[in-house]
Design a protein around this ligand. Sequence first.
Ligand code: ADP
Length: 949
Amino acid sequence: MNGEGNYPNVNYSSGFLKLIHNIFQKFLDVNSNNYQIELKKSLEEIGLFFDLDRIFIYYFSKDPTFMQIESQWNKKGIKPKREIEEEEVVYAFPWLIRQIKNKDFVVVNSVEEFSDEAVFEKEAFLKEGIKTSLIISLKSENKLIGFIGYESLSKPTVWKEEQIEILIDISKAFSHTRTRIVKEKTYKKALSGQAILLNNSESQIWALSNVTSYAAVNEAHASFFGKKKSDLEYQDLYDIFDIDTANKLSASNWELFQKNESAKKEIEVRNFKGENRLLQIKSKPQKDKTGNIKYLICTAEDITEQRLAERELYKAKEQAEAANIAKSQFLANMSHEIRTPMNGIFGFLDLLQSTNLSLEQKDFIREAKSASKVLLYIINDILDFSKIEAKKLTMEKIRFNLRNTIEDAVSLLVPKAVEKGLELYTMISEGVPEEVVGDPSRLRQILNNLISNAVKFTNKGEISVTVDCLKEENETAVLNFEVKDTGIGIRKDHIDNIFKSFSQADTSTTRKYGGTGLGLAISSELVKMMGGEIHVESIFGKGSIFKFDVRLKIVKRASGQKFAFEKLDGMNILIVNDDVNNRKIINSYLQETGLKVSEAENGSSAITTILSNASTKNKINIAIMDYQMNDMSGYELANTLKTIPFAKNIKLILLTSITQKGNAETVKEYGFSSYLSKPVRRDDLLACIAMVLGLKKENGEGHQVITKHIVKEVKNALEPRILLVEDNKMNRKIVITMLKSHDMTCDVAVDGSEALKAVLQKDYDVVFMDCQMPVMDGYECTSKIRMLEGDKKHTTIIAMTANAMDGDSEKCIKTGMDDYISKPINFNKMFKMIEANTKTRECVDDYSKIIDDNIDCFVKTTGLGKDDAKEILEEYIRCLPDLLSDISKAIAGNDFDKLAWTTHELKGSSGTLGILSIHELAIKLEQAALKHEIDECARFFAKIKDLLH
Ligand code: ADP
């Protein structure tokens, strides 16, 4: 494309050199400020030198699909290449770009030379009236960065080779300078960015060249001291600051330099206002190649306010904690204060109830009692809750009968369930251990809460309580409890909340059903403390199942009751009940007894079963029938059976609900041998069957099974010596009246000092001691009594306290008390305590009969003199009351170990002395104790007592 043409009439070699020299000279020194001006001037110089019409330089943008004119020149009268210098798309000249990518330059001498591909370029040539054009690529590090165009519009130009070469060289100067300028700009930008960051940073930043000299600082650091950057930079601390500040800073710097690695430090420095500010300094050494610190770069934050806030927060936390302790203390005190008058309310209502009252008055008292009970529950809940909050709730670890505990908890709620027409079942699986170690009252509390909720939120249907032993691990049983109801259920979105304190499923619950919303929160905490978890499954409108598991140490595994029923093999029992669950439960309780069990779902099918088996080996011996069934009542069925010769001898047991109970006479009249109330307790059921079959003795009124009650009867004959120590007149009156209603009296002391005197003068079976009293409190009084008694004597002292907080019982025991009973007083418990502690001294006179009966034989067998023999027998009699009292206590507390060794002592001593009647019974009692047969123990003990009276 290079061709001949007109070019300026100049001396090329000197002119060329000058041009090149000028341009290179200029561009060597050019900086970003004069770059544009010098570039433009150079273009003009070139244009004029080569007599061109216009020159332009395009550079590609950051986005290489765009380019922009960097500079342009045009001869007077010639239109500039672009009126507006703005970004243009590169693909406007695709052919040209492709060309210059591969070549250093492109020459176009006329429009006709364009190939077919150069459509856009040709169009531009035509449109702009370009005659000839030289395009030279601009490169940096071998990369195309733009191009420079030399154009002639007025006449064609012929491009000479040396001319092109020079222009290529000049282009190199352009592109190099351009690259340099761009780099400089970027660097400047970065520097100014850093400066912006440094000087606008709120954090103070500085660099130290040694312990007392600054290198650089930022604005924040300088202005902290009310100075300019330049006041600090490269200056010595002692030249800048007062001696105090300089000392402080240099000491701190010295420490940070010493660390020789990243470090942190807090110092208090005075700022320009004279305020002491706390700075947290972080330092990092910048080391040279030899590892010496070149600079120590420091940053600092003013943490004065933050530290103050932290201190305030800490103070607030301490205050909150103190308030929390005060709150739980307050709650404990309040509960004490509330319990004291509650004691009066309960006691007097009880007493009032036993006076002559009209029906209406009785009704009022019933209501008042039930309201007080509710109030007490609420107080107890709040107290428990405050204990949980204060992390003061602890679990007792005592041995207890699991089955009885569960059944007792259910029994409490039976009246409520029956009142609402709800069936309440209990099903305790065979594998559930008999005795465990744990806190029975807390377990009862959980069950009580779940079952009372079930009763409260169920209007129709049934409630079942099932207990299973899931597994045993290291002598620990994992027990699963389920309380299932057919009640109102709980909405899905409320389920997560109900275990939180003060939470009820929805606000309408509070209005309709009442409650505090604490029960489940407490239960869930108690379950956790027993090593388990609680959760609920519920279908709104259909019912709920609350499930929880606990871990309890096994003392005695499920033994079954087989030993008592050896004679039952081959006996047939029929369960007549229209409720499948009741049949299932009774059936399961009868497994392994040897009895053959059949079931009938109503009266008529019972009759059919009885008749069809009458002359077979499956002849029914016992029938347990429900009081109410869908076709006929239990009474009707019993009447019908009486008229059937084959059925006459069948022993009948009636299953009643508690509302029908109490009519023992009627039950007997209908021919029932016994009755049981629902929910059926396994041991009662088995004992009842044993009794009906004559395998066990029937005891007392109605058809109660033989239990610990025997012990009670034995004790009733005694007149206990009681001392009541109580400053509150009302409380005294209640206890005295209650004792009176049981034909008992007591001495009274109104404070500790009176009590002390009384105990010194008289031998008491039991002292009930209030704890908080004027003059001398119960704790002090007890300690004094214990000191005076020493080893010689031990009076039973039972604390009567309204303090129910954790630690109270420990405090009572620590000061020497034997037990404690909380207010409001549970009088049943109080009488049990009296019973357990009353010594059998009244019998001492009678015991002298033992001497008369046995002395001759004793003298004969031992050869002792009569006086010596009498002395020995008297010693035996002196020991007897305590021994009997211990045995009695052991029976009452189901403490078989204690029972075994106390009985062993009785057996030994009576054997040695030849008191054979007692000796033989003691042997039997000991054997029964070893077999853990509590009823048998009670029976033999009663016989021993009989002998002694
Ligand atoms: P309270 O019964 O005193 O309100 P709880 O903590 O015992 O407190 O129960 C919290 C809430 O859980 C109840 O108010 C009730 O909304 C819901 N709830 C508990 N048990 C049941 C249940 N068996 N059926 C339906 N809702 C229940």
